[in-house]
Design a binder for this molecule. Structure first.
Ligand code: GUN
Length: 293
């Protein structure tokens, strides 16, 4: 039976720490950190994410603004709005919610955000700095995963981390963070993905298994080594007629099965998702500190 890695508790601790730091700034008469979140179109999941992020900011004293733009916003209009916030001293973090409508080039958008305000850590300059171990913004989900491992004192040095999934938002950056030696996890890292003929060949080798696949309950107990640490990044909606909403959230890991075999496991909900939200707040605070000196 596994120890449950309580993302809800850690996220709430991090928020309390940040709230206290911001209270101090205010009491010294200083300006507070500011975050602008830009949403294009009507993607229902994105709307929920953006409003949660804005609510989190309010809760701890970060000034926040949501820019909701219509689906037919042109790329130029969006780029010009980003440029405006690049030069606005009241906002230290800029977040453009992904995915964007198909007619907008996501890479151009990310590259237009000034790297010093890129609190998602998606700008190629920040990605490059992460890879070479220089000061950067860590993407929020990987940052949250590393923070959970730290706060539970889970040994990472020399351990074999297996990441399933190769997205730019989770798989690639978390692999790089776990690999990092200087102030890093110092792990041995394998990244695998859906092209593997037999994924379990890789996952069974993991001391620490990070599942970021986007397929409900994909990781079964038979794919996990006895005593492994299991980090579940998935947030999948599955139909459940017994609930009020008609659906419930499950991870990429078959929790009931894997719980019996792992030494530590993150639940869904209540694990990595809440940490992602908390680390965005920390990144916004860090952006503020870097800009304000
Ligand atoms: N879409 C899914 N995850 C994220 C994230 O972490 N940041 C942004 N901006 N968009 C996302």
């Amino acid at each position: 039976m596994a120890v449950i890695l309580d993302g809800k508790k850690i996220a709430s601790d991090i928020k309390a720490e940040l709230k206290e730091s911001i209270r101090k700034l205010k009491s010294e008469g200083k300006t507070v950190p500011g975050l602008v979140a830009i949403l294009v179109g009507d993607n229902p999941a994105s709307k929920v994410y953006v409003s949660s992020k804005s609510k989190d900011c309010e809760e701890i004293g970060i000034k926040s603004k949501v820019e909701s733009l219509p689906e037919d916003t042109t790329e130029d209009e969006l780029l010009n709005l980003i440029r405006k916030y690049n030069n606005d001293p009241e906002y230290h973090g800029i977040l453009v919610q992904l995915p964007l409508p198909g007619h907008i080039d996501e890479n151009r958008v990310i590259e237009t955000i000034v790297p010093s305000k890129d609190v998602d850590g998606f700008h190629p300059q920040n990605v490059g700095n992460l890879v070479i171990g220089k000061d950067t913004f860590y993407p929020c989900t990987p940052y949250g995963i590393v923070e959970i491992l730290k706060r539970y004192d889970i040994e990472t040095s020399g351990k074999h981390v297996v990441v399933v999934g190769r997205s730019n938002i989770v798989g690639k950056p978390v692999a790089n963070m776990m690999l990092q030696k200087k102030e890093g996890a110092n792990s041995i890292v394998t990244v695998c993905h859906s092209a593997a003929k037999d994924l379990s060949r890789f996952t069974k080798e993991a001391d620490i298994l990070i599942a970021a696949i986007g397929r409900p309950k994909f990781i079964k107990a038979s794919m996990v080594k006895e005593g492994a640490v299991v980090i579940d990044v998935g947030i999948n909606r599955i139909e459940d007629k017994t609930t009020k909403s008609g659906y419930r959230l499950v991870g990429d890991v078959d929790y009931e099965e894997v719980f019996e075999k792992a030494s530590y496991i993150t639940p869904v909900p209540g694990g990595v998702g809440l940490m992602t939200r908390a680390m965005l707040l920390r990144n916004t605070f860090e952006a503020y500190q870097k800009i304000m000196g």
